[in-house]
Design a protein around this ligand. Structure first.
Ligand code: 1GP
Length: 241
């Protein structure tokens, strides 16, 4: 049964504010993991995403193994590459980088991943991933050698095309550490045209930005840097309850 996607769909239909913390295996010190996850467990965070643009092999597996006994939250892989697949996670966002025209990230990596995925119980969630200009070059841009989208109409049409191709989630990405999060206008226009849940991430560093993203139409928001750099963000989050 596709539990995690189903849960996201139900959450979106009931207008629950889903929130994922992104943990980059490359940046997380495993010695500090338990203390970090305690804070995650006590917060309103609903999902743990795991991934990064450049992660050495085994680091994802080590992180997933360390996370499993510490939390009941769903562990969702958000991989930058095929080496970031761990069969012990709960689900995998099977990302197709729709904003770019690099065949490796549209279909190539997916073909490579099949040998690992075919024997796993991971819930695989086809996800249209759209990188949007945010004011500075992002790691996704560098690694995938693609350009982010700028034009609102193109972004909206790209999201809809992804849904028509069968993607179950659309993910608007400003890039980790982006100066500007995705604009309210873009979120609202994409949300208005798609029927599937909308994920928004990149550059969200304050409760104000988080609430604006939900208000504009994001069903799930993904935050990495603000939790990594500023653990008081957890406090702010809990105080907003
Ligand atoms: C997830 O890349 C983002 O979509 C995370 O971005 O690190 O800026 O929160 P931040």
């Amino acid at each position: 049964m596709k539990k995690i996607l189903e849960h996201i769909k139900i959450g979106a239909s009931k207008k629950r504010k889903l929130l994922a913390v992104l943990i980059d295996p490359d940046k997380m010190d495993l010695g500090l993991l338990s203390q970090f996850v305690d804070k995650v467990n006590q917060s309103i965070i609903t999902h743990i995403f795991i991934g990064g643009s450049t992660v050495e092999s085994k680091m994802t597996q080590n992180l997933v193994s360390a996370l499993k006994p510490l939390t009941k939250l769903p562990l969702v892989l958000f991989p930058g590459d095929v080496g970031q697949i761990s069969k012990d996670a709960d689900a995998l966002l099977f990302l197709s980088l729709l904003s770019g025209r690099n065949p490796d990230y549209l279909i190539g990596k997916h073909v490579e991943a099949v040998s690992v995925l075919k024997d796993s119980d991971l819930e695989i969630i086809p996800t249209g991933y759209i990188l949007i200009e945010s004011g500075k070059e992002t790691a996704v841009q560098r690694v995938t050698k693609t350009q982010p989208l700028i034009e609102v109409d193109t972004i909206v049409d790209t999201a809809k095309a992804g849904e028509l191709l069968g993607m179950q989630l659309i993910y608007l990405e400003a890039g980790s550490g982006a100066k500007q999060p995705i604009s309210k206008e873009i979120i609202a226009k994409v949300k208005a045209i798609i029927g599937c849940p909308l994920i928004v991430g990149g550059g969200i560093k304050s409760m104000k930005a988080l609430n604006e993203a939900y208000k504009a139409g994001a069903d799930m928001v993904v935050i990495g840097t603000a939790f990594e750099k500023d653990e008081s963000f957890f406090k702010e989050l809990n105080e907003s309850l």
